[in-house]
Design a protein around this ligand. Sequence first.
Ligand code: NAP
Length: 306
Amino acid sequence: MEKYDVVVIGAGPAGLTAGIYAGRARLRTLVLEGMMPGGQVVVTSHIENYPGVGPTTGTELIAEMSEQMASFGAELKTAPATSIESRGDSFVVSAGSDTFETRSVIVATGTAYKKLGVPGEEEFLGRGVSYCATCDGPFYKDLEIAVVGGGDSALQEALYLTTFATKIYLIHRRDEFRAVPILRERVRENEKIECFCSCVVERINGAGGVESIDLKNVKTGEQMTHPVAGVFLFVGLEPKTEFLGGIVDTAPDGFILTDNDMKTNVRGILAAGDCRSKLLRQISTAVGDGATAAFAAQCLVEDDQW
Ligand code: NAP
């Protein structure tokens, strides 16, 4: 079994930053990337708030971070981790049939978009229902579509989708959007976006693909069916922490609990980035987490300090 000082699970901004710092600290470092290299950020259409960089795309940013990490000697392997097992002073990280022994583990697995849980969502996935505007937006050229959600993701991706669609119906369950004011301003000023506030999607309808959605106004009780060719869902994030099987403490919503040094309750296991329970999920905060976690791993490996 191959031995490492640190195995980083996840190759988004947090994991790659941990890889850069651990590589520069000359730790034997392995970064495992999952089925979606780069994590959530690669499906982000537009990045304009990562200081000193941009505007850029997630794909470009991740390519640069990966190259930078490789230059410091950290290994990158496509192998989604399936478990972490404690073995005295070390851990065994399994990724399918591969196993790796390591002194420390940094969990940086990020998040996935939540499901809305309405009839038609599963049925029309890939046939009109999408969680990725950058992947599927071009299919909706000159068509009318719906975007569901009121956070940064929904508003940012609705704006991006105006590049293709003729009309975007932005459906939000409350009267107020939680997205940052600059995105709210842009949405307000964009003639292609029409907001349906205080409305929920009750059903997604179609035959071969999506044809319409059933909406309900939660204030008036009014119900309507609205024709659309596609529905993009951005109703929040859930952590990719199931594979941990409860080895570290998590909050009730599944996000990993850490202290300020990114340490979990298990000596040797750290967490960084969006999978961690924290106030703000941004590339800039993920990068800070990754650097801190790598330094904490270095203190453990070199000086036995935890
Ligand atoms: P979010 O902030 O959790 O927003 C989720 C939205 O979906 C909320 O408006 C919520 O409504 C709505 N929602 C949740 N469950 C729903 C349901 N069952 N039915 C209908 N609507 C539902 O998620 P996000 O927008 O994906 O953002 C996640 C994190 O990533 C945030 O920290 C965000 O700042 C960050 N992010 C940042 C950027 C950026 O900096 N440019 C871009 C994307 C994401 P309520 O408001 O009523 O709760």
